[in-house]
Design a protein around this ligand. Structure first.
Ligand code: MF3
Ligand code: CO
Ligand code: CO
Length: 291
């Protein structure tokens, strides 16, 4: 909750009570949207846009949930990909990863196994007992984007894998709990890196969270590591937090053949959870929920 003496969410640097107190009216809301676009390239969403993004996010969360439930030993990530692809089409949605970027991503979801940090490409290798898998779903519904990911454990996993799963989940949820207008972006990375390193893990700094909703990846970048980004969160911002937490070194490298798969340099496990969030007038809402 923003209080009277917090910095105003508009970024003026003044106290809220001296600035846009008590709440943004329609006038100051559109003024603020103009400022954020000009100053930071950030699109503050209208109520109508938020409604569209909320629906895309809900669908992404539902597809993710069903796909995770299917992930079992013996199943291949290509089978998970085909299943998720079909769920998108049945809902009248488009899987955003398919054909995205350069070289274009070849599949509809990302599946990142064990030492893969992110952007793993589904393949024909069966999952096996002891694997940990991140499934990342981004769907486009009526032109709006929703982006989320989760970890799945295949049968019994070792203590190190369980640790990165737990630390990445708690990193995400601790950062989410802090979100409100006026909070600086740098506080997200502070919360995550101080917690994760305190747990003996490292935080990937090569990939970041991002604005999303109207486009797949929008401004601002949301680092999960220590940073100096002094942009205050404002109502109508929609972005992801998606901490990638490693058991060993934070450093990774991108596969030189497929140009997507990012693996840890030391081969130790990595885990990630992701939500799309909305900043509201007095706090936040997690959009990638199934309700
Ligand atoms: N969903 C990923 C993210 O969280 C992006 C994947 S890009 C892709 O930002 F092309 F690999 F799909
Ligand atoms: Co994302
Ligand atoms: Co994602």
């Amino acid at each position: 909750m923003i209080t009277r003496n917090d910095p105003c969410w508009c970024g003026s640097g003044q106290k809220w009570k001296k600035c846009h107190f008590p709440l943004p009216g329609p006038q100051s809301r559109s003024e603020l949207a103009e400022q954020y676009l000009k100053k930071y390239g950030i699109i503050l969403k209208s109520a109508e846009q938020v409604q569209g993004i909320r629906q895309a996010c809900r669908l992404a969360a539902q597809i993710l949930d069903k796909t995770c439930k299917l992930a079992k030993a013996g199943m291949t990530t290509n089978e998970l990909n085909a299943f998720a692809h079909r769920l998108h089409l049945e809902a009248g949605a488009i899987p955003a990863p398919l054909g995205y970027g350069t070289p274009s991503f070849p599949k509809s979801i990302c599946t990142s196994l064990n030492d893969v940090i992110c952007h793993g490409i589904p393949n024909d290798i069966p999952l096996k007992e002891g694997d940990i898998l991140n499934i990342d779903v981004t769907c486009i519904l009526n032109g709006y984007y929703g982006d989320c990911s989760r970890m799945v454990a295949i049968g019994n996993i070792d203590a190190i894998k369980q640790k990165v799963i737990d630390v990445s989940f708690e990193s995400l949820m601790r950062a989410v709990a802090l979100l409100k207008p006026g909070m600086m972006i740098l506080e997200i990375g502070n919360a995550i890196e101080s917690f994760a390193t305190g747990q003996g893990c490292s935080v990937v700094n090569q990939f970041v969270g991002h604005g999303t909703g109207i486009h797949f990846h929008e401004a601002p970048q949301i680092p999960h590591h220590y940073n100096q980004i002094k942009i205050p969160l404002a109502p109508g911002m929609t972005f992801t937090i998606e901490p990638m937490i490693n058991a060993g070194t934070r450093d990774g490298y991108v596969d030189s053949k497929d140009h997507w798969t990012a693996r840890t340099m030391d081969g130790k496990p990595s885990a990630q959870w992701e939500h799309t969030l909305l900043i509201t007038e007095n706090g936040h809402e997690i959009l990638t929920v199934m309700d």
